[in-house]
Design a protein around this ligand. Structure first.
Ligand SMILES: NC(=O)c1ccc[n+]([C@@H]2O[C@H](COP(=O)([O-])OP(=O)(O)OC[C@H]3O[C@@H](n4cnc5c(N)ncnc54)[C@H](OP(=O)(O)O)[C@@H]3O)[C@@H](O)[C@H]2O)c1
Length: 272
C-alpha cells in the first residue's frame, strides 16, 4: 500500500532517522522515493548517503513532491514549520506526526486544510526495532491512513490503535515506560552485585531477564499473573521475594508512575 508513495521525513533527528532506517531495512518504499529534511547539510548528506535517499534543507520543495509527510520535529518547532509549508500542501497528502502533546486538531487548524492527519506516540525502543507505538487518526483521516502509518511503525516494532484522547495514557505507559524499566534493570543488577555477582554479569542477566519475561507474555499470550504463579514454588525463594515486593508496594508504585506521567502529559498538551 505504501510501496508507490513518496515519503518525506521532515526533521530527520533521533526518531526521524530511526524511522528512516526502519522503512529502508523493511524495504517499505524504494530509497529514491524517500526524502529527508533538516537544518544541517553535512549531517543530512551523510545520513542520506547511508540509505541512498534524497535530502534537502528546503522543506517547501520536499513537501511538494511528497505523498506522506512525517513530522518528526520537536513539539516547539511544529507551529513554525507548519506555517512555512502550509502553502505548499495539497489536501491528499497524509501528515503523520510523532510530536508529543501536539494534537491532530492543532495541526489541521495550523494548515487550515482537510489533509488527513495521523498522530503516533512511539518510544525509544524503535531504535532496535522493538518499539511500542500507539496510533490515532484525526477528523479527516480514515482506516486507509491508519494502515499506511501502521506499516511504517511496524517496521520498528509493535503497533496499537487508540482514540486520540488516550495518547496521554500511552505516553505515561509505553512512551515514558523505558525509563521505568531501566530503573528496574539497574536495581536488579545492583541486587546481583550486592549478592556478589560481577557488575557486567549482573547487568546482562537483569536485562535478559526482563527481555525474556516480556517475550514469554507476548509469545504465549498468558496473563503475567499466571506466568508468575508458575514460577512460585511453595515455600521457595521466589515467593519470599514476591512477598518483599508486595510489602514495598512495587505494583502500586508502577501504577502511580503511569498515572503521574499521564497527568503530566495532559498538562504539557494543554500548555502547548
Ligand atoms: N526520542 C524519543 O524517544 C521520542 C519518543 C516519542 C516521541 N518523540 C517525539 O519525536 C519528536 C522528535 O524527537 P527527537 O528526539 O527525534 O528530536 P530531534 O533529535 O531534535 O529531531 C528533530 C529534528 O528536526 C530538525 N529540525 C528542527 N527544525 C527544523 C526545521 N525547521 N526544518 C527541518 N528540520 C528541522 C532538527 O535538526 P537539528 O538537529 O539540526 O536541530 C532535528 O534533526 C518530538 O516531537 C518528540 O516528542 C520522541
Amino acid at each position: 500500500m505504501i510501496t508507490d508513495k513518496q515519503v518525506m521525513i521532515l526533521g530527520a533527528g533521533n526518531m526521524g532517522s530511526c524511522l528512516l532506517g526502519g522503512i529502508c531495512r523493511a524495504k517499505l518504499v524504494p530509497p529514491d522515493h524517500i526524502i529527508i529534511t533538516g537544518l544541517r547539510k553535512d549531517y543530512l548528506e551523510s545520513l542520506a548517503g547511508q540509505w541512498g535517499v534524497h535530502w534537502t534543507t528546503d522543506n517547501k520543495k520536499a513537501v511538494e513532491q511528497a505523498d506522506v509527510i512525517m513530522l518528526c520535529l520537536k513539539p516547539q518547532a511544529i507551529g513554525r514549520v507548519l506555517t512555512e509549508i502550509k502553502g505548499y500542501l495539497n489536501p491528499n497528502q497524509l501528515i503523520i506526526t510523532i510530536a508529543a502533546g501536539v494534537t491532530t486538531s492543532y495541526i489541521s487548524a495550523q494548515i487550515d486544510s482537510v489533509n488527513p492527519v495521523v498522530r503516533v506516540m512511539p518510544n525509544i525502543a524503535s531504535l532496535v526495532d522493538e518499539g511500542a507505538a500507539a496510533i490515532s487518526v484525526g477528523d479527516h483521516g480514515d482506516d486507509h491512513h491508519l494502515e499506511i502509518t501502521a506499516q511504517i511503525f511496524r517496521a520498528v516494532g509493535r503497533v496499537v490503535f487508540v482514540r486520540e484522547d488516550l495518547l496521554d495514557a500511552v505516553t505515561g505507559l509505553s512512551g515514558s515506560g523505558p525509563a521505568y524499566i531501566y530503573m528496574v534493570i539497574e536495581a536488579l543488577s545492583d541486587g546481583g552485585v550486592k549478592m556478589g555477582l560481577p557488575r557486567e554479569i549482573a547487568l546482562d542477566l537483569a536485562a535478559q531477564t526482563v527481555l525474556g519475561a516480556a517475550r514469554l507474555i507476548q509469545e504465549t499470550g498468558i496473563h503475567p499473573a499466571v506466568l508468575r504463579d508458575q514460577v512460585l514454588t511453595p515455600g521457595g525463594t521466589t515467593i519470599a521475594a514476591v512477598h518483599d515486593l508486595e510489602t514495598s508496594g512495587l505494583r502500586s508504585m508502577l501504577i502511580s508512575a503511569v498515572e503521574t506521567a499521564t497527568r503530566r502529559s495532559k498538562e504539557l498538551s494543554s500548555q502547548a
